[in-house]
Ligand binder design. Structure first.
Ligand code: HEC
Length: 129
């Protein structure tokens, strides 16, 4: 037989364990949010370096003719790959750099490139607008 006092003891224990679960979940969620943000805000050193360099559009256009025209066309008007006029208005520099060095969207390959050359390519693409 349950006396009233033992019943209230059980309820007290249940209360504590649901608070524990609540705080444990809360901590887990907060930690996940924290790690996700740290990963997001940590800028790629290649991108940071590229963005700190003043690119040369003329050199960039030469690099473009060697590496990119096969897919994007001789004047970047688009072929297999899309027209790149206005690409710098639609995409951030960071996104374009990622596009070139990471190969995120096959069939476009990833390019191993110096930050200076990447800055030149960016300057060329900005000059297309
Ligand atoms: C083998 C073919 C190929 C080569 C070589 C190539 N690309 Fe691409 N590129 C593509 C394709 C295909 C896409 C579209 C990918 C997609 O579906 O998002 C693309 C997309 C892009 C985009 C994004 C355009 C947008 O509006 O989303 C940029 C910027 C770009 N390429 C730049 C370059 C540069 C700079 C080079 C040379 C260093 C280069 N690409 C070489 C095929 C190529």
């Amino acid at each position: 037989m349950n006396s009233p006092s033992s019943k209230s003891l059980i309820n007290e224990n249940q209360k504590i364990s649901s608070w524990r679960i609540f705080f444990l979940s809360l901590t887990t969620v907060l930690l996940l949010v924290l790690f996700w943000n740290v990963g997001n805000f940590k800028q790629d050193p290649f991108i940071t370096e590229t963005l700190s360099i003043q690119g040369e559009a003329l050199t960039g256009s030469r690099l473009f003719k060697i590496n990119c025209v096969g897919c994007h066309g001789i004047s970047a008007q688009g072929l297999v790959g899309p027209d790149l006029h206005g690409a710098t208005e639609e995409l951030s520099d960071k996104k374009i750099i990622n596009q070139v060095i990471r190969g995120l969207t096959p069939p476009m390959p990833s390019f191993e490139i110096e930050p200076q050359s990447m800055a030149d390519l960016l300057a060329y693409m900005h000059s297309l607008n």
